[in-house]
Structures are given as C-alpha cells and as structure tokens.
Design a binder for this molecule. Structure first.
Ligand code: NAD
Ligand code: DAU
Length: 372
C-alpha cells in the first residue's frame, strides 16, 4: 500500500472525509482537483489500484496537500476497504474505479466483471457494515455510472431519461449495468443512502489516450493515422469533465437519496464531424502556440478502419431531472470545451508521451487485428 501523504484533519474545522475510488484515473483525478479547490476543508482518501489507466502523475500537484491521502489498493480487497472506512471515518464514498474502455471489454471482459461488478459489491458490503444511520445521517454512497447502460438509440429516438429501460450492449456496459442494479438493490433492501449518476462521454485533461478525443489529438501531434471506426456516423453526447464534477457536487449536496440522475452535455455530434472539428482546432491552436505538426492538413490523416463489434449507434442524454431538481446545467459549450482540451494536450506533451508504452502499442495492434 502506498501512502503519499496521511490525512491531517484540522480539528477546528468541521470537515467530511471522502473515499474516492479510481481517483488516479481520468474523471477521478479531475474530481479530486475540483473537490480540493471547492471544499478545501474536506479530507480525501484516494483508493486506486493504479492499473494501466491510473496514473499518480494525474495527482502530482496535490502531493503536498495534507488533506489528501493516496492509497494504492484494489476495491475488491474487502479488508483494505473496511480498514479505510473505519480508520478514516469516511462519510462519503465517491465510486469512480472501473475498467472503462469498451474496446478492451470486447478483447478481455474478465477484468470488467471483477472490478465493475465484484468491486462495486465489495464496496457496498463494506459500506453497509460501516454505515451508522443514527450517528451519521449525512453518509452517502455515490456510484458514478454511464449512459451506455441504456443501449443504443436510433436517429429520431428521444434521449435517455432515468426511466429508460436498461439494454447494455458491450461487456463494459453490461458490467456497469450490473453494478447499477446492485446499488439500487442495496438502497431498496437495506435503505443504504445511495445516489447513482449516468453520464455521457466526458472529455478534458488527463484522459488516457485510448479514448477518441485524446487519441485523435495525440496522433495529430505524432503525425499518425486518425482511425475512424465504421462509417464515422455514430453519435455521442459530449460533456466537459469539469461540468461533470460540478454535477457530481450538486448530486452529493442536493440529490435525493436512492435516486438516479442523468448527466449530459446537450452536445450530440457525429464522430466524423467531431474529428473534423478537432483537426481544425489543432491546426489553429498549434500555429498560435508555435508548436510543430508533422502532417498538415490534419484531415489527411483520417483513416476509416473496420467497425467496433456491436458498436452503439447513438447516445443522447435527457438531463431535465438534474436541471429542474438540482439546478445543474453544463457551463461550457462544446466549442469552448474542445478548444481548452486541444490546448491541454498541446501543452502537456510530457504527460501523454510517458504513457506511450510498448504495452499500449501492443494493445492497439490487438484492437486493430480484432477489427480486421
Ligand atoms: P479511467 O479508466 O480513466 O480510470 C479508472 C480508474 O480506476 C483508474 O485510475 C484505475 O487505476 C482505477 N481502477 C481500476 N480498477 C481498479 C480496482 N480494481 N481497484 C481500484 N482502482 C481501480 O476511467 P474514467 O474514464 O475516469 O471513468 C471513471 C468512471 O466514470 C467509471 O466508472 C466509468 O464507467 C464512468 N464514466 C466514464 C465516462 C467517460 O466518458 N470516461 C462517462 C460516464 C461514466
Ligand atoms: O458514454 C459514456 C462512455 O463513453 C463511458 O462510459 C466510457 O467509459 C467511455 O470510454 C466512453 O465510451 P465510448 O465507447 O463512447 O468512447 P470512445 O472514446 O472509446 O469512443 C467514442 C466514439 O468514437 C465511439 O463511437 C467509437 C469511436 N472511435 C473510438 C476510438 C478510440 C473511433 O471512431 N476511433 C477510435 O480510435
């Protein structure tokens, strides 16, 4: 177990202690940054196994923050989870830890069932034992989930609401659906104070370069092909990770126990159009920053490759509930968000270059072999 910095709560300040699972991954690390800034008196215990997707570098600037403790460990390790909940008097669990990439779930589903289903079950059981409704009425278990549990939409179907029937299509989506059902059951059966969020595609800093947005930015900087799966007409609803963190804060502070909230960006776009936008932005911002691009125009790098098996056609989120009940709406338009994201990958080359390992290259060769 790695312990970067033990918690040192200030006894003079009424603080909460949060257990953030998966806090060294993409959304988790953005959430940790957000929370340290927005709620500086709270303590954060980050539990992360540091799989290929976890990176302590994502939290490097918080290393000296006495309010944050990092623990390297597995959410399936019941003894470890029990010890942390008790020793740290955790009142809020924010559960991000997961295997999160659809392509990997098609190649090797095992880890998805273990972490996403068994790991969530382990956390729920540990929290059930730790929960003290009379003494700690503010305890919460927030389960961060995905819109992929609802399946795929046709071009003119209405967007997913919280009552849309589950129809997961990939092993990843099925494992997340299973974990959502467990959380629901723990509230229904044991009245555990749970909250579930189902969010659309996130983008922003610290996203592992297997996902569309960072992969495209980085490949443009390396002059490598930009792989477009199938016909590129698949639609996703994009949300900046900063807006996701604001939504999670709203759900934690004002959400109704036992409820589910959909979170989305009102920004549906076809993959092909998104990549065109990224190409244009990359050319514009790199020129302004004086950064060399090996191949111009970037669009000449776009390459159609065989489709992802079972590829969902369209996702769209109806976020009316979180807007009307909790007053949350996205603060960034997709144009603003993409511009900031492209700039981040342009100016943080040391971050992503360190991730371009041999293992990562081998994995990509396997993905493309599967699709061919
Ligand atoms: P990510 O893959 O970037 O990070 C996952 C983190 O979990 C990594 O730090 C990894 O080391 C850690 N982890 C994996 N297995 C673990 C285990 N057994 N024990 C402890 N830690 C473990 O994922 P992300 O994109 O940041 O997604 C975070 C959560 O949000 C996931 O639950 C995902 O399903 C959900 N989500 C993601 C998106 C998106 O667009 N990225 C959208 C909606 C919901
Ligand atoms: O909708 C929320 C989900 O969004 C999250 O639950 C997942 O954790 C997250 O990975 C993401 O899933 P997607 O499969 O939508 O994201 P991905 O970035 O892998 O792909 C986005 C779209 O781009 C999808 O239609 C597939 C396509 N794509 C992806 C890659 C990596 C390509 O065309 N080329 C690529 O190289």
């Amino acid at each position: 177990m790695e312990n970067l910095s033990p918690c040192q709560p200030d006894p003079a300040v009424l603080s909460r202690c949060l257990l953030v699972t998966g806090g060294a991954g993409f959304i988790g690390s953005n959430f940790v940054h957000y929370w340290c800034h927005a709620h500086p008196h709270d303590r954060l215990v980050v539990l992360d196994a540091l799989t290929y997707a976890g990176n302590l570098g994502n939290l490097a600037d918080l290393k000296a923050n006495p309010q944050m403790r990092f623990v390297q460990g597995d959410i399936c390790d019941r003894a470890l989870v029990d010890a942390l909940l008790q020793q740290e008097a955790i009142s809020i669990v924010v559960h991000f830890a997961a295997e999160s990439h659809v392509d990997r779930s098609i190649l090797s589903p095992d880890a998805f069932i273990r972490t996403n289903v068994v790991g969530t079950f382990t956390l729920l059981e540990a929290f059930r034992q730790h929960w003290e409704p009379e003494r700690l009425p503010t305890q919460r278990f927030l389960h961060v989930s995905t819109d992929e549990v609802y399946g795929s939409l046709g071009a003119s179907d209405p967007a997913f609401t919280e009552t849309t029937a589950y129809a997961p299509n990939s092993p990843y989506a099925a494992s997340k659906a299973g974990s959502d059902h467990l959380v629901r059951a723990y509230h229904h059966t044991y009245q555990l104070p749970t909250l579930v969020t189902n969010c659309s595609n996130n983008y922003g800093p610290y996203q592992f370069p297997e996902k569309l947005m960072p992969l495209m930015c980085i490949n443009m900087l390396l002059g490598k092909p930009l792989p477009i799966y199938g016909d590129g007409q698949n639609i996703r609803d994009w949300l900046s990770v900063e807006d996701h963190c604001l939504a999670l804060d709203a759900v934690l502070s004002r959400g109704q126990i036992g409820e589910t909230y959909n979170i989305g960006g009102n920004s549906e776009i076809k993959n092909l159009d998104l990549v065109y936008l990224l190409c244009d932005l990359m050319e514009e911002r790199s020129a302004e920053l004086g950064i060399h691009l090996p191949v111009r125009p970037c669009r000449s790098l776009m390459t159609f490759v065989p489709d992802r098996p079972g590829h969902d056609r369209r996702y769209a989120i109806n976020a009316t509930k979180i807007k009307t009940e909790l007053g949350w709406t996205p603060t960034q338009t997709i144009d603003q968000g993409l511009r900031r994201t492209v700039e981040w990958y342009l100016t943080h080359q040391e971050w992503w270059r360190s991730l371009l390992s041999q293992e990562y290259q081998e994995y990509y060769n396997k993905v493309y072999a599967l699709q061919n």
